[in-house]
Design a protein around this ligand. Sequence first.
Ligand code: BGC
Length: 740
Amino acid sequence: MKKEELKELLKDMSLKEKIGQMLQLMGVFFLEDADSVLTGPWQSLGIEEEDIRTAGSILGTYGADTLMKIQKAYMEKQPHHIPMLFMMDVIHGMKTIFPAPLGLGAAFDPELAERCAAVAAKEASVSGLHVVFSPMADLVRDARWGRVMESTGEDPYLNGRYAQAQVKGFQGEDMGQPYKVCSCIKHFAAYGGAEAGRDYNTVELSEHTLRDFYLPAYKAGIDAKAGMVMTSFNTVNGIPASTNRWLMRDILREEMGFDGVLISDFSAIMETIAHGYSADEKDAAKKALEAGVDIDMMTGVYAGNLCKLVEEGEVEEAQIDECVLRILELKNRLGLFENPYKDADPKKEKTVVLCEEHRRLAREAAAKSFVLLKNEGILPLDATKKIAFIGPYTNNKEIISSWAVTGNVSDCVTMEEAAREVLDTVHTTYHAGSPMLENEYELIGFGGILAHDVSEAEQQKMLAEAVAAAKEADIVIMPLGEHYQQSGEASSRAMIDVPEVQMRLLREVAKVNENIVVVLFSGRPLDIRELSRTAKAVLEVWFPGTEGGHAIMDVLTGKVNPSGKLSMSFPYCVGQIPVHYDAYSTGRPDLEGKKEKFRSKYQDIPNEPLYPFGYGLSYTTYEISPVSLSSEVLTDEGLVEASVKIKNTGKAAGTEVVQLYIQDITASVVRPVKELKGFQKVELAPGEEKSVTFVIEEPMLRFLRADGTVGSEEGKFHLWIGCDSMTENMAELQYSCKRK
Ligand code: BGC
């Protein structure tokens, strides 16, 4: 449809019908047994039958057959036969589940993330979906927050590259094309800054930090033309994001140029009442509308109040028209007016979903996301040895994370299943060794408190069997980690350790066998001081997804050489949080090796994290030459090439992520001690040497100044090229501005 036609359509719609477009409900309202829903608890939302008839979108239901039926029945009743939008959380895959985003970030490979998003889009679109609530572009610095798992990490540049790549993967050049869906960037803004890592908690940031660190990744996704943005639950500058006019109108729409559909997070408009910001639902509806929020997710706040507000002259109908036109435009971009079912196809759904090609990509992505944190020569595995697998993840299919709601654990390949394909069947043994969690650990899942009761006697038996197997083995592989429900939404933890019951298992095994390799499953950086002291090797595998088992065995056996790098620092301990590599410089930095009192440091722990951002080992070793610059002076009219030579000095072929960091050492506002400005993945055969060059140009030196302008300033810069954020391989660069 042409824009003019959409406007004509809008003119013809009744106010009630328009407001319907701004209501999003769950799919359950549209299923055959919807009557029970209407008379049930949802009635308290104030949703009437007429609202359902005109609701513009639904979330949380998928499946080509179901959605086609819903669409058909809905369009017959909708006064103008306007199609409905189907949305869903497809966070790291639809049915083929890729590694959790924090792991995908650790691959330092946006192009890989783009391919994964394209596959997710294909599976989602044949299953009838039009919009995916992804990527989450929130910057994260606090590992206590359960949702760090959904982020690609602590760095604005890396997150931006990923946001851009994923939007491209989901939408392609044109989201109306086959197998493409609309991408929704979330959660605008700064949701990742929840105080003390407690989900839904207040975010307290200076505007400078908000703009400097938190906004760039959303902006990158918006520049990539994401069709939707989701608000966040938190306040920004004391005002809940979903009713924050400054944030949504001035920053998101005016400054960032976002012209797509803005949706509230789940009931977030309503929650502004609990925040003590809106007096009641009517007030909340008015404020959210004024902020330009187009769709109210899952409450009746808009549906129940906007009509009244217009009738009473409290809001202009034109404000509603503005929102509805954006929603119609999105439906039009997706081509729904011409084909309301888009790619929904029950037959294709069966062949496309989880096909071999998709599984292959899941295996590749997972292997690339793993980070080898420690290795004292024990990996890759010597398959001629006697190996015992001991740990609750040995044969556990729950490896797709709590935010893979469309995925099925039954489709996952466990470590044991994969190991049986490649290891000796006589000398290899498999044991859970312990339950995942202590019986006392209270885990509240979707359906209430999750039971995990294993009797004391059973636990003793598991332990005894594991210890006996460890005694017999040459090498013990211990798949340990968080329960998948310990991270994700509403899964904050104050103690970010491996569950104690598993640590007890590790200690007992270590008493009889010191050749321990821990394969660590987690949705966040954990406090692994003791674990990494005890084990000879630690491989972080996050929640690796459907092909997790295969990918882990690929890496353990050396078929794939690990190349992942942490996209979020592993703290030394919780007391150090927030710990991130790009901290602002202080006036009293700790001086390495000098024991001075009046320095910015702790008495009892180091300043440095246990494993820093950008860190990850390989089965080979690399040597990097000092940085060489094509010129020591950069001007705004030219460029400088910064190069290193990197050599594979070990015996295995490998891929290294070469990272470029810059520090502005005299600026009109204090700058971070290091900022990632580029990275390149370099493949090297044993003995091979390659040159890696980064082009340094003036825009890379820009930053946000105190007066709100963004620009670069003359002076001296430090520039590092190395293999992690602690690199000391540094050169100095002078920047001078010619065009004054
Ligand atoms: C989450 C969002 C999600 C939405 C819809 C909310 O609770 O914060 O990230 O997209 O639910 O499922």
